[in-house]
Design a binder for this molecule. Structure first.
Ligand code: HEC
Ligand code: HEC
Ligand code: HEC
Ligand code: HEC
Length: 267
């Protein structure tokens, strides 16, 4: 009968293992649910109701605030932008004076011409559309993890040049227009190529937007810093001039070639 008791013991041991495993899984699921409930974006969503009450309707009902992840899918651009999960008021009226991240989008004509449901956010601002923490979404992470952090406001007009011809943007994106003019005046194109146009003494500039802002600023203001033997002339730019140039340089983005001059987004 030893065989029988052995079998019984074995069965008991197996049952115990399964029970322990079940318990571990239960705890893990519990921890995940707890983390999810306390996630950064949920906290921003909870903060939104107070902002609504202060800025629009004092009797706003928490139940009316959309909860959950909000996203825009842009199949042609192959992007999913979830920025609105935290930037909850971006396409509402009445939150012009609300604090970040809840405010209505500034410059209403911009989002009127480029409706958010067709353009999302990252086509203009960059950043990692799919991410749900502020650091990851804004791209405040290693450039190896996300090479295109959100563009600081002073360089934001670079994005207009990713789809529009800078020479036609004097009114709508004056910094971009000025940067392009400076690039032409200083003869950068004599040594650098953009697409098939330009010289070949320096590197190609077709995709300069892949570099960080600090690297580009340094390359222009102090060319020998990155390479002591560089043939790149120091043109004595002030920081202000260099930043103007940078708005144009950051608009040189190969990944936007399909939308160049507005072709892809036209329905
Ligand atoms: C987890 C919440 C969260 C997500 C997701 C998020 N943001 Fe933000 N964002 C914030 C907060 C909070 C601020 C206020 C400024 C701060 O705290 O740094 C902000 C500020 C900003 C600003 C203005 C300040 C600046 O640094 O220029 C821009 C532009 C912006 N976000 C764009 C985006 C874009 C584009 C996305 C999507 C790729 C995005 N955000 C996703 C929370 C978020
Ligand atoms: C067509 C381009 C475009 C699109 C699309 C766009 N924005 Fe903007 N955004 C701008 C411009 C231009 C400004 C104004 C910058 C300024 O005031 O100089 C701006 C300003 C902002 C600001 C205020 C920045 C600050 O520091 O005060 C936030 C926040 C912001 N956008 C978030 C978003 C979010 C979130 C989305 C997507 C839901 C979005 N934007 C879509 C172009 C765009
Ligand atoms: C992803 C590409 C893209 C980006 C980035 C973009 N635009 Fe546009 N823009 C378009 C498209 C597409 C239209 C046409 C809109 C339509 O057909 O509804 C347009 C239309 C316009 C118009 C109306 C006149 C015209 O040329 O059709 C202006 C002005 C304009 N954009 C300015 C800007 C500014 C300023 C920025 C930067 C803040 C910007 N755009 C960023 C794609 C873009
Ligand atoms: C006489 C030729 C010449 C002119 C004019 C010139 N450059 Fe350069 N540039 C170079 C060379 C050569 C390099 C490569 C240096 C090196 O080996 O790192 C370079 C490098 C650069 C880089 C670094 C790019 C990279 O791929 O690492 C930037 C950015 C740049 N130049 C911008 C400009 C701008 C903006 C202008 C106009 C204001 C300009 N250059 C004018 C020759 C030139």
């Amino acid at each position: 009968m030893t065989n029988d008791t052995d079998m019984k013991k074995l069965a008991e041991r197996e049952t115990l293992k399964i029970l322990i495993l079940g318990f571990v899984i239960l705890v893990l699921v519990g921890v995940m649910m707890w983390k999810e409930a306390r996630s950064e974006w949920r906290q921003y969503q909870q903060g939104f109701i107070k902002v609504l009450q202060e800025h629009t309707d004092p009797s706003s009902d928490p139940g009316k605030v959309a909860s959950g992840v909000k996203q825009i899918y842009l199949p042609r651009a192959n992007r999913v932008d979830r920025c609105q999960t935290c930037h909850l008021g971006i396409d509402s009226k009445g939150l012009e004076k609300a604090p970040l991240p809840y405010l209505t989008h500034p410059e209403p004509t911009i989002t009127w011409i480029h409706p958010i449901e067709r353009f999302g956010c990252t086509l203009c601002h960059e950043g990692q559309g799919y991410a749900l923490t502020k650091a990851e979404a804004h791209g405040d992470v290693s450039r190896r993890l996300w090479p295109k952090p959100i563009l600081p406001k002073e360089f934001l007009q670079a994005s207009c040049g990713k789809c529009h011809n800078p020479d036609l943007m004097e009114q709508d994106a004056p910094k971009l227009f000025a940067g392009k003019r400076l690039y032409k005046e200083k003869g950068c194109i004599d040594c650098h190529k953009i697409g098939s146009v330009g010289g070949s003494i320096g590197s190609e500039h077709t995709d300069l937007a892949r570099f960080s802002i600090s690297y580009l600023l340094e390359s222009v203001m102090n060319p020998t810093a990155n390479d002591p033997g560089s043939a790149m002339p120091n043109l004595g730019f002030t920081e202000e001039k260099a930043k103007a140039l940078l708005v144009f340089m950051l608009s040189l983005d190969k990944t936007y070639i399909p939308y160049k001059y507005k072709t892809v987004l036209q329905q």
